[in-house]
Write a protein of this length. Structure first.
Length: 161
């Protein structure tokens, strides 16, 4: 057809426009095809972003739950420490009382009634555990030695050991 158009010259203009028209149609087709591909890509990206957002929400919820569990564990740990300290104080208190009772029994066994009376008075003073009791007395041996020393000081006894 091109040969015909060049030979006669009559169809040259129409042929030239038809070629340009074909090129324009091809370009429009390519444009719309690429535009459709872009739209599809954008839609895929949007759905991916929605899925990523949901995943991030789940992660944040999981982190919040873990944080709450850690806070509960820390609270439980603090309460257990307090309870353990109270048990240790009660144990020290009981040990002091037991040591005083054994000293009373030993004094009675040795027929030292005045010393047994003095220790019994001390035992009555140590009725309830107090935080100051452990700061002042520390350990039970110290209390027994203090009781013995105060008794010996009152009655001017010498150490018979």
């Amino acid at each position: 057809m091109l040969v015909c158009c060049f030979l006669t010259g009559c169809c040259y203009i129409s042929c030239h426009y038809s070629q340009k028209l074909k090129i324009i149609i091809i370009l429009i087709y390519i444009y719309f095809k690429k535009n459709r591909e872009r739209r599809e890509t954008m839609e895929r990206l949007k759905t991916d972003m929605v899925e990523i957002g949901e995943g991030q929400k789940r992660i944040r919820e999981g982190q919040r739950e873990i944080r709450q569990k850690f806070e509960e564990i820390e609270s439980e740990c603090r309460s257990l420490k307090v309870e353990t300290m109270n048990i240790a104080k009660q144990s020290d208190y009981n040990q002091i009382r037991i040591d005083l009772m054994f000293s009373i029994l030993k004094a009675r066994e040795d027929n030292n009634i005045a010393h047994a009376d003095h220790l019994t008075g001390l035992l009555r003073l140590v009725k309830f555990p107090s935080p100051f009791l452990f700061l002042i007395f520390g350990i039970s041996d110290f209390i027994i030695n203090l009781a013995n020393a105060s008794y010996r000081g009152k009655h001017k006894l010498t150490n018979s050991k």
